[in-house]
Design a protein around this ligand. Sequence first.
Ligand code: GLA
Ligand code: ZN
Length: 669
Amino acid sequence: MGRFIYGGDYNPEQWLDRPDILAKDIEMMKKAGINEATVGVFSWSMLEPEEGKFHFEWLEKIVDDLYANGISVIMATPSGARPRWLAEKYPEVLRTTSDGKKCRYGGRHNHCLTSEKYREKVSIIDKKLAEKFADHPAVLYWHISNEFSGECHCESCKAAFREFVKKKYGTVDKLNHEYWATFWSHNYNSFDEVEPPSEIGDGGISALALDWKRFATQMTVDFIENEKRALKAGGATQEVTTNMMYDFDGLDYGMLEKPLDVISWDSYPEWGKTGGDYEEALAHGMCHDTMRSYKNKPFLLMESCPSSTNWQSVSRLKRPGLLKCASLQAVGHGADSVQYFQIRQGRGSCEKFHGAVIDHTGRDDTRVFKECCEIGDILDQISEIKGSMTNAKAAIIYDTQNRWALNETQGPRNKDIGYSELVRKFYKAFKKYGIDVDVIDQDHSYEGYRILVVPMLYSIRNDNEDRIRKFAENGGTLIATYLTGVVNENDLCHLGDTPHDLCDVFGIVREEIDGLYDDQFNILESADEHYWKGTRRYRCDKLCELISPKDSEVLMKYGCDFYSGKAALTKNRYGNGEAYYLAADPEQKMLDEWIEIVAESCGVERILKTPVDGVDIQSRQGEKYRYIFAENFSDDTVLIEVNGDSEVIYGKNDRLLSPYDTMIIKQKI
Ligand code: GLA
Ligand code: ZN
C-alpha cells in the first residue's frame, strides 16, 4: 500500500522572492519524512494575476522540485478565494447576505453559489491547471476549493431556489401543503413568490428553512461537479476530494460526499479547554468515524495544527506528545494521511501565528519540528496499516438534515435540545469498552451492523422507516430514543400514533413530552432487576417523554413527578431482533452501563478487557491482522489489556501507556 501520506498545506507563492527559503523548506520536509505537499489552495492571484494571463511556471517549478525530492502533491483548485480583478470586473460573483446587502471583495468563500460567471472563470483556470498538471507524476489527488460553506441571497440564487422548490413539489398546492402555508396566511399563489428564509422576512416556516439548506448544499454539489468537469476536460484522472470541517452542519455533508472520490477533513481540537482532553479527543474521534463511514473507506486528515492555531479563543501550545497522540488517533480511526496546516508559517496577515511544521525561525531543532520528525518516523514504521478499514458492528445515526429539523422546530425545548450531546453520549458509552462504531447518516446502509442506535431521529425521510424496521426484523438490535419518528422530511407532524410507522417495532406509543429547565431532572429507576442484575437509579435531564408500552417489557421507569412509575426504557422483540426505546435523556453512567449489557447480549466484541478512563481505543483491520490504537488523553499511566493474543508494534512491551503517549497493538484475526 506504500507509505502513509505525510505533509500538508504549503503556500510557496508567498515566498517566490526567497528561493533560499523554498530550497530549505524542501530539505526540512525531507528531514521530517514529509512526502506530500498540498499546493494551490488560495493561489489564484498568482496563477492568473490578470484576466486570461496565466502564470503557472512558478508552480510547475515547485512541483518539479518537490517531486525530484520524493515529495508528491495534492493539487488544489483555487476557487476558495478569488483575485481582486475578478470581483471588480464581475461583481455578480460576490455574495449577497440574507438581509440583502451586497458583499464587497474580500474573505474566502465569498462567492455566489449559482453565479454562472464565477463557475465559468473557475472552470477556465481548473481546466488549464489540469492540462498542465494532470500527467505530472507528483499529483496524487485534486483538492477542490477549500472548506465549502455559506449561502447567497442574490437574485440569481433566489431564481435557482424557486426552480429547486418547483422541481421538488411540482404544484403550488403541494408546496402550500408541505409548508403548511395556510398558517399565518402564508399561502403561495405561484412559485415566483418563494423567497429564501431571512431574518427580515420569512423566518418561521421550518420546511422553507430546511429546503433552503438543502438548496445551498445542492448548489455546492453542483459547484463541485462543475469543477470536476473542468478538471476532467483538462485531462485529470486522479481522484478528487474537498476538505470538510469538524461537526459542520452548514451543509449536509451526506449530500456533499457523493461527488467526491475520497473524503478528507480538517481537525482542530481545542485541547486544554475545560472538559478535558479526552472529551475533545472523543468528539474529534467521532468526527473521524463520521468521515470514514461516508464511503466506508479510509479518509485523509487534510489539515491539523502542529502547534497552536491562531484562531481559537486561546492559543494553547500542544503539550509534548499530544500532536503524536492526535495524529495517530486519526490514523487509528481510518485516516491514510497525517497532514498539517501548514508546512511553512506565513509571515504576515491574519494567519501568521498559526502553528506550522517550519516556523518563522526556520530552525530544525524546535520542539514542534522534532515532534513532526518523530511522527514521520512512526508513520513509516506502521505503513502496513495503510488501506485497512474498521469493521464496526455498531452504528449510530447522526444525521445533518435531522439536526437542522430539530434546530428549526419550536418546542419541545428551544434552549439546547441536545441532539449532538445525546449522540456523543452514546458514542462515549461504546468507546468506553473499545467498541468500534460507525457514525452514519440515515440514508447510509445498515447492513453488517448488529447494533443500530437511532437517537432523536425526529425527521425520518425516504424509505428509512422501513429500513429501520427491517433492521430489527432481520435480527438487529435497534435502539431509538425520545423524539424519534415525529415529522416527515418537511417538518410536517405525522398524524396518528408515533413513532410513525414504528410503534409496533418498539411496542410503545408516545403520549406527551416534558421539557425540563436546566436545574430540573427526573430519575430513571430499574423496573426489571433481573435485566439490571440489581437495582439502578440514574438522573435524566432536558426531555422526558411519556410513553405507554403496548407489547414491550419495561426495563426502567420514571422515579418522580406526576409520571413517576411510567415506562422510561422498554424492550420489544420484533421479528428476529430486539428494539429498545429510551424515553429520556440519561446521564452518561446509565448509557455506559446499559450499552455494556446490550453489546454483550448481542455478541459485539469489546477490544479492551477492562475499560480505562481517558484513553481512546480504536481498531483497523487488514486481511490478516487487526491493529488496535490506544492514545492516552488522561493524566495517569494506564495498563492496556486487550482480549486475545497480540503484539505491541508501537509502544512499550509492558503495555503501560503514559499520558499523551500512544500504543499500537497487532493481532491476528
Ligand atoms: C482551515 C483552512 C485553512 C486555514 C486553517 C487554519 O482549516 O482550510 O486554509 O485557514 O483553517 O486553521
Ligand atoms: Zn448568489
